[in-house]
Structure formats: structure tokens, C-alpha cells
Design a binder for this molecule. Sequence first.
Ligand SMILES: Cc1cc2nc3c(=O)[nH]c(=O)nc-3n(C[C@H](O)[C@H](O)[C@H](O)COP(=O)(O)OP(=O)(O)OC[C@H]3O[C@@H](n4cnc5c(N)ncnc54)[C@H](O)[C@@H]3O)c2cc1C
Length: 373
Amino acid sequence: MARYCRLMRVIVIGTGAAGASATAELARRGHQVTALERFSRGHVNGSSHGTTRVFRVSYRNRPYTEWAGAAIALWRELEERSGEHLLEQNGQIDHGFDGALAEITANYEAGGWSYERLSAEAAMDRWPGMRFESDVLFSPDGGRVFADRTIEALLRLAEADGADLHFNEPAVAITRDGDGVIVETADGRYAADIVVVAAGAWVTELRGWADFAVALPPLAVTEQFPVHFPIRPGYAFPSWINHNDAEASDYHFHYGAYGLETPGEGLKVGVDQLENFLDLTTRTLEVPAEAFAVAADYAERWLPGVDTSTGSAVSCLFTMTEDSDFVLDRRGPIVVASPCSGHGFKFTPILGRILADLAEAKDHGVEQWRLPA
Ligand SMILES: Cc1cc2nc3c(=O)[nH]c(=O)nc-3n(C[C@H](O)[C@H](O)[C@H](O)COP(=O)(O)OP(=O)(O)OC[C@H]3O[C@@H](n4cnc5c(N)ncnc54)[C@H](O)[C@@H]3O)c2cc1C
């Protein structure tokens, strides 16, 4: 393949979905990559841990449908390179607010995606573990991705391509050094041509932003507590999104609930708790009883196929822009990957390509992913 970019020293800050994917892709392209991670390998403090995430092409906002569609081939390529099964297209449904279903349908039609529209009764016959009050859209292209396995696969590929991974070594500050950047940690100073900042909820804590004129948009960090409930014998579930708030028509996915079957763990149920703002310095990772009760209440109303008397919940971070759009952009030697507002995992392989292209100064022309001027 022809190369048009000189090889660079790149530091990637953070090894969640965005950082791990960028590290693997930059190393694959031959750059000298060092990744700095605040916590240990496989930690559970950020946004990318856990067994599964929903994969869907069903978006109300068309560019995300297009990008999720484009991600499918990249997931398959990543599976081939890593030898891991990472994307399972076992189907996904949307139900709830009809305006949402109409926008998703328009995007399916525009992209030539297969889908079915079923009445609530027909859908309950087909998926008796779920209850519906609206029509239901079924997408055979949706399903689930395996999150922990993906991160580890990317890190292993990055190492195999020569990347240097430093765990338990948080970046503390970035400062300008000629055309490049110095990244400081408690253990040392690293010089780089380009720094990819993929620090998730901690992105604003890095010292030195003022040196680079990077105007990050307002970001709200909230703590979410998805719960896995045991599945009653005989039931099986596709991945699902319930657009259960008609007020949220400006957003592609707000104030709703989602879930999916995680093999061996049960049905994961997430009820968005977008007012659950968090101070990262005082976080305990404990799951409050009310958070479990919110998911159990939801499941009792909508999911007769699960047992809500017990379940297992985890803490996970949503870091959201005001409109839930991503920020993937570059200012000088700094490439920024926003934490992708609670719906980024499905795009993991494409995020690595975008971030590596930005590091190599290739233009994407995708205005939606730009930083504010
Ligand atoms: C409950 C929940 C459910 C979700 N469900 C879905 C879903 O179904 N489908 C979907 O597509 N997406 C989903 N998402 C969203 C998706 O998981 C996130 O968009 C994605 O994981 C964000 O990855 P990230 O790399 O930006 O952030 P993170 O995973 O948080 O990674 C950031 C990393 O940076 C490290 N770091 C921070 N500061 C520093 C520093 N100073 N130095 C070094 N390292 C640092 C952190 O330790 C962390 O490892 C969900 C998220 C949550 C929380």
C-alpha cells in the first residue's frame, strides 16, 4: 500500500475503546506508539468494560447509521486479525415513540438496510420475553459486540505491531515543545509529534489544554448502573432500544432504555440516568439500591422474560456532549477523541481509523465530529 505520511512518534492517552483502537491502528501503520493508561489492563473504572454492548445500525441521526454500517466490515477485519469473535449480528429492535421509529425507518430506506415493522402483538408473539405498546422495528444487522474481548484484542494487536503500553501511568500534563508535545506523568516525560487524547471522562483533567487552543465542548459525566437479570427458562432476546420519551425527539437516543442478552450473564438492562452527575474524585463504584430498583421497575413493566428478584449491576460512565454527538478532531499536534456519549462502542474499529487518519492529518470532511471553533 502506498504511504503518504512520514512515520511519527505518537502518544495515546487512555486505552478504552477509542484509545485502544487508535493505538492498534497507528501501530499497524508503522508509527512509534506509546499508550499511557491511568489504571490497570482490563480495569473497570471507565466506559469500556463489561462483556457486551449493543451493536445497531438503527439511528435516528443518519450519519451514525452510515458509520455503523461501515463499521461492520471493520469489525470482521478485526476479528480476522485477532482470531476473536467480536460482533454477533443476532438482531436488534427499536420500539416506543413513533417519531423515532419513523426517523430510523427513513435511514433504513435511505441506506438499503433490511428491516421489518411489526405490530406490538406480533412482536410479543415473536419475543414473548418482552412487552410492547407500540409498533416494533426489527433489524437483522444489529446485535451485540463483545467489549472486554475487543479491548484486549486491540491491545494485543498493538503490542504485536510494536506499541509500548504503560498501565497505571496517568498522563498529568501536556505542553508544547516546538511543533510537538511533551506529555508528563509521575514516572517521566515523553516527547511526541502527535498526542491522541482518548481519556474518557477524565479528558478535562489533563493540565495544559490552554497551550493548544482546543475548545472542548461542555461535557457531562454521569454514572450509569446497567443490571444483568437472570433470564427465565425458554426465553431469548435480541438487542433492543426503547425510545420511551416522546419529548426527546431532537436526540438520537435520550431518556430511554436499552438492553441485550449477554451469554452466561443474563439480560442486561440499562435505563438511562442522565441526571446522575458524578464527581470522579469521590466515586466509589458501589451500586446504590435505588439504581438497581430503577432497572428492576423497568424490567417488571417491560420484560416478563426476566427474574427481577436478583441481578448483578456495575457502575459505568457516560460522558456526554450536549447533543450526544461525538467529538473527533485535531488542533495542531493534539487529536481529541470524545468519550462518545454513551453510544460509541459499536464504532470502535472505525474510531481507530479516524483517529489515526487525524494523526496523519488526513481530512474526513465529517462536520459533525468537529470541535467547536
Ligand atoms: C453503561 C454503558 C452502556 C453502554 N452501552 C453501549 C452500547 O450498548 N453500545 C455502544 O455502542 N456503546 C455503549 N456505551 C458507550 C461506550 O461504551 C463508550 O462510548 C466507549 O466505551 C467510550 O470509550 P472511551 O475510550 O472514549 O472511554 P473510556 O473507556 O472511559 O476510556 C478512557 C480511558 O482513558 C483512561 N485515562 C483517563 N485519564 C487518563 C490519563 N490522564 N492518563 C492515562 N489514561 C487516562 C481511563 O482510565 C480509560 O481507560 C455504553 C457505555 C456505558 C457506560
